[in-house]
Design a protein around this ligand. Sequence first.
Ligand code: NCD
Length: 313
Amino acid sequence: MKHLISARGLEATPTVAILDTAMDMVDVRTREVKKLPTLRGKTVANVFFEDSTRTRLSFEAAALALSADVTTFTTQGSSVSKGESLKDTLQTLEAMGADFIVLRHPHSGVASTVVNSGWVDAHIINAGDGTHEHPTQALLDAFTMRSRLRGENARGSNLAGISVVIVGDIFHSRVARSNALLLRTLGATVTLAAPQTLLPREIDSWGAAIVSTLDEAIDLQPDVVMTLRVQRERMTSGFFPSESEFTQLWGMNDSRLRRLPPTSIVMHPGPMNRGLEISGSVADSPQSTVTEQVANGVAVRMAVLYTLMGDSR
Ligand code: NCD
């Protein structure tokens, strides 16, 4: 594997291997010297054409923990405002020595366009392309589910027997698509809960069951409820009648949490709209994995960089 563009292309065996490597990286992060020399002399360029807190800092921390040099490019203050193309921007970064390009872009499909174009030789990692995919988020979510729900038995295992509900703004969510695809590959059962207007058109190809309210989904007693941010910035018109109706039908709150088995977990990729798709008390409850997902993200991205490094064809 030279690039990581989409969860669709990932098979179970290499995915489980990445999750196992991430377990080793968690160990590295708890040692006194929290670094490995693996990427010494290599440069990771974070290229972010869209805002990000977690993903950018997480890739930065992961690259530094593997002893890479890191350069960060954000559109604000760059020559993109002077009309410089994506091709020229990427070739400029590669000319400065980038071995890995971690790319976030508002247009769906950009990461695979870059790989197919041959513009650069660097490893390309898709850190979110429009409403399409965000494969490292799906990997860190799978890692979080596996360690929370399997504990000691996590290593080597897939997610067979684990049931996951993904709820809310699925239409605009690259996190939902990458998760649905990867979870299926790993043997989990996926149910989607969303208003009709927030389901993508090609939903049938995801291999997931669909229910129309979160209450119906809770009745299934899932192991995981994955909440998603309502992406107001991508909404051009009213996708649901009102925010209070959304919260009532699809928001994760205390009473819904109480109806779940005590071992079930509630996830959110962040950033959260507290009080809209998830209540503050659920977000801060022991069953919430929000900050654990962030911590695991660094180890999983270390594992991804490490794995891609091994394939320099
Ligand atoms: C997500 C993203 O940017 O795709 N966040 C993240 O990477 N942690 C989800 C979102 O923006 O809602």
